[in-house]
Design a binder for this molecule. Structure first.
Ligand code: F3S
Length: 284
């Protein structure tokens, strides 16, 4: 039996950078309170480890407003403009670990909306990255996730629209939704802001899943990019398992299984992936 681990499995560039930032802060500021605004990544193991090193999670804007000192690290998802303002007003040191690809979206949204354009974000409403992006728009932004929402959308035909995407959105779905807006005859400019890391991870996962008899997707249950990876793999390979850590893996592999594929979401630490890979290699 062969085990193939996707090369693109695990931490992406932005998450690696955010992790490095936090560890650097722990080293340099041992005597100051350190917080992350929201859990640093969607991985409970990592959040637990950081807590053991004294890094607390600030979970809401109210909690943030109540802080009077310390360092707050902005995670790779980014935040809206007003969050920076709250920190500045409260004298909190802000360490910005927003992924540069997300920062790029903030800049586009800020600039285009300042020109009067309506901003459409293709993504999952309520996801922190999308909330952050919306918070850079100078005009009310609209979030579109499903075909029905795109079909229902209407605005004046002379209104200019700028469409961006959540970085982890599925590329094909993005294209389909953009086509709906194009067909409606709106004056739109489209910026594909889907991150390459996601596209690459999705394409590679799809390819491996198409050949695999069993596919294992590792990641946090709250991680939207891991859930999408799971959907893609499940479409190709009926026998797809979604696990957070090795403990969740209940595999019984029949002798006919020739190929097991493994991939993991952007917030899955390498040691968890290695553990699963070694377990499957040794036990089957
Ligand atoms: Fe950044 Fe892409 Fe990762 S946007 S956080 S490198 S998935």
């Amino acid at each position: 039996m062969e085990v193939i681990k996707a090369k693109s499995a695990g931490f992406c560039f932005g998450v690696k950078k955010a992790m490095e930032t936090v560890y650097q802060q722990i080293e340099e500021n041992a005597n100051k309170p350190i917080y992350t605004f929201g859990p640093l990544i969607h991985n409970e193991e990592v959040v637990k480890e950081l807590k053991s090193k004294g890094v607390e999670v600030v979970d809401s804007v109210e909690e943030l407003k109540a802080l009077k000192d310390g360092i707050v690290i902005i995670r790779s998802h980014g935040v809206s403009k007003d969050i920076y303002k709250i920190m500045e007003d409260n004298g909190i040191t802000c360490v910005d670990a927003t992924c540069p690809f997300v920062k790029r979206i903030h800049k586009i949204v800020d600039k285009e909306s300042a020109l009067g354009k309506k901003i459409i974000v293709i993504g999952n409403d309520g996801h922190p990255e999308v909330e952050g992006i919306k918070g850079w728009s100078n005009t009310p932004a609209v979030v579109i996730e499903k075909e029905e929402e795109a079909l229902e959308f209407s605005c004046k035909l002379d209104e200019k629209i700028c469409i961006v995407s959540q970085t982890t959105f599925n590329y094909n779905k993005f294209k389909e939704l953009v086509e709906i807006f194009e067909k409606k005859g709106y004056d739109i400019s489209v910026v594909n802001t889907i991150c390459n890391a996601t596209e690459e991870r999705q394409t590679e996962a799809k390819k491996i899943a198409a050949e695999a008899d069993v596919m294992i997707v590792i990641g946090g249950t709250h991680s939207s990019n891991t859930r999408k990876l799971y959907e893609i793999c499940k479409n190709e390979c009926e026998n797809t398992h979604f696990i957070q850590t090795l403990d969740d893996l209940n595999l019984e592999l029949p002798k006919s299984v020739r190929l097991v594929g493994i991939t993991a979401g952007a917030s899955t630490p390498n040691n968890i992936i290695e553990e699963v890979q070694n377990y499957v290699r040794i036990n089957f």
